[in-house]
Ligand binder design. Structure first.
Ligand SMILES: C[S@@+](CC[C@H](N)C(=O)[O-])C[C@H]1O[C@@H](n2cnc3c(N)ncnc32)[C@H](O)[C@@H]1O
Length: 283
């Protein structure tokens, strides 16, 4: 699939999900085994975090981590959420940076931004706390050196040009700024023909996942240093099955059973931090 086709497929699938989930009260993942696509059901958010977030944002949550839990956000900081979806992490971040801080939520799916704005209003946060940008992550149009922190939750695997996304994160971070990312990657390379077929389910978080070595090379090539793994989790087969058709079976087709077997034991969710060096280059 070409870059534009991938973007279109991802946007359409998440757009339909946002439109539908905003009308219903479906829980994040409805089946007991369905925990991988959903940081909520994995227990990665605390009870008090969840109770501070409106139901719309909880229903739309499709993260694989809790980046505000390890971003070490401080009062007064500026944070940008890459792929904010229904707004769960922008709301949590806004509570941490407080009135003197600021949070930007970037997402290219207009229906998601609409839902996230509703959630922010329901959360009772002032308009000035969070700004949204409808934009692709490789070109956010945010100013240079704006942010102390870029967070992202299960999104960068969905982007067709990860080099450009990490370069963009580097550009908008202040020198000394940091990444706090939760994402999906492969423990090693997979056959080209399997990768090709997986692209049909690109919205599911395996179609675009990079092999680990390529992923860290991308982060380092963008200029980041001090990559620290906070946690990693090898997906079980039921988790992999669920993750593969995220945000839900009705939006993303299930992969062939045989293809899932071949991916078994090769897909991980990883949480990590990294730093934009203060002088803007890696020593
Ligand atoms: C798996 S959901 C995660 C949403 C949110 N981070 C969460 O934890 O619930 C992926 C989100 O990333 C957005 N997204 C995917 N690719 C994107 C891109 N290239 N540019 C901007 N947003 C993107 C989708 O629209 C969707 O809202």
């Amino acid at each position: 699939m070409k870059t534009n086709e991938i973007r279109q497929v991802v946007q359409t699938r998440y757009g339909k999900f946002a439109a539908a989930a905003g009308r219903t009260v479906a829980s994040c993942c409805s089946k007991p085994a369905s925990k991988a696509c959903c940081a909520l059901e994995q227990g990665l958010y605390s009870g008090s975090e969840l109770s501070s977030v409106p139901e719309t944002a909880r229903n739309l949550s499709r993260g694989c981590g809790n980046p505000t839990g390890f971003a070490n956000l401080q009062t007064g900081e500026v944070a940008v959420d890459f792929g904010c979806g229904g707004g769960i992490d922008v709301i949590l971040a806004a509570r941490k940076v407080g009135g003197r801080g600021k949070v930007y939520g970037v997402d290219f799916t207009p229906e998601m931004i609409e839902r996230a704005k509703e959630a922010v209003a329901q959360a009772g946060l002032p308009d000035s706390a969070i700004e949204f940008r409808e934009a692709s992550l490789d070109d956010t149009a945010l100013p240079d050196a704006l942010a102390d922190v870029v967070i992202s939750n299960c999104v960068i695997n969905l982007t067709p040009d990860k080099d450009a996304v990490y370069r963009e994160a580097f550009r908008i971070l202040k020198p000394g700024g940091r990444l706090a990312i939760s994402d999906i990657l492969l423990t090693g390379p997979i056959d080209a023909e399997l990768r090709e077929r997986l692209q049909s389910m690109w919205a599911g978080c395996t179609g675009g996942a990079l092999p680990e070595g390529d992923y860290w090379e991308t982060v380092n090539n963008a200029g980041f240093s001090e990559v620290k793994i906070v946690a990693r989790h090898l997906l079980s087969d039921p988790e992999l099955n669920e993750m593969a058709h995220c945000p839900g079976e009705e939006y993303t087709p299930s992969p062939a059973a045989n293809d899932l077997d071949r991916l078994s034991g090769k897909v991980e969710s990883v949480k990590f931090t990294a730093i934009k060096p203060s002088l803007g280059f890696v020593v």
